[in-house]
Design a binder for this molecule. Structure first.
Ligand code: ZN
Length: 226
């Protein structure tokens, strides 16, 4: 099965056997782990789950604070930003707006008007694990970045196939794509971005002129199924 991040044909399946056994795929090229397509929810069922997400409260804002801090440490006030996958309550966009950033939001379920770039930075927090086609979505984000623009990605990285059974993160039925540090390194290479910082669950990438030239060939688009 072709990897939805790097498009390599090197994925091997593995199963987690419980009451119902679940099939996952692990890409040997980029280390992405993704759920078998049979485990994906229909969009209406996904949205029903997102509608129950509590966000925007104090706890959620605390959770997002490291992203807001990383943006503020690297970009000047007034910079133009996009929060991709903001959810029903655009908490991070509000927090960054309070810090004088000029924010827009996009969410395929709640604010589905495609934003017009270019943006000095894009944040996407706890989103990429929901993406059925992460290359397509990350590529779309990258296209909206201004030269030198930043992409901040927050997600929990996977512990490897052998430890998946005891990892809670995949149990959310809307979580389907799981990155590792190696997946992010591969992503940066494929998409012509510089990996500036990667630690814990926060990953920061930057588009620079040099990277732009390297990636003038389309990296993955065209080989990724729509
Ligand atoms: Zn891959």
């Amino acid at each position: 099965m072709k990897c939805p991040l790097c498009a390599a044909d090197q994925a091997e399946s593995f199963e987690i056997r419980e009451k119902e056994s679940k099939v996952f795929w692990h890409c040997g090229s980029c280390d992405l782990i993704y759920k078998d397509f049979s485990l994906r929810l229909a969009p209406a069922d996904e949205k029903a789950r997102y509608d129950t997400h509590r966000n925007g409260d104090e706890g959620h804002r605390r959770f997002l604070e490291p992203v807001a801090r990383a943006v503020a440490e690297n970009l000047p006030a007034g910079a133009r930003g996009l929060d991709w996958g903001s959810g029903p309550v655009p908490a991070l966009a509000e927090m960054l707006g309070e810090r004088s950033f000029d924010m827009r939001i996009y969410d395929p379920f709640y604010h589905d008007v495609r934003p017009q770039g270019a943006f000095d930075f894009i944040t996407t927090t706890e989103v990429i694990e929901h993406c059925h086609e992460p290359a397509r979505d990350l590529c779309a984000m990258r296209e909206l970045l201004a030269p030198g623009g930043w992409l901040f990605v927050m997600t929990e990285t996977h512990p490897g196939p052998a430890k998946m059974a005891s990892w809670y993160y995949w149990r959310d039925p809307t979580h389907v794509s799981f990155f590792s540090p190696r997946s992010f390194e591969k992503f940066a290479t494929l998409f012509g971005l510089e990996l500036v910082r990667g630690s814990g669950r926060l990953w920061a990438f930057r588009q620079d002129d040099r990277a732009e030239k390297i990636s003038s060939r389309p990296p993955v688009s065209g080989s990724v199924p729509e």
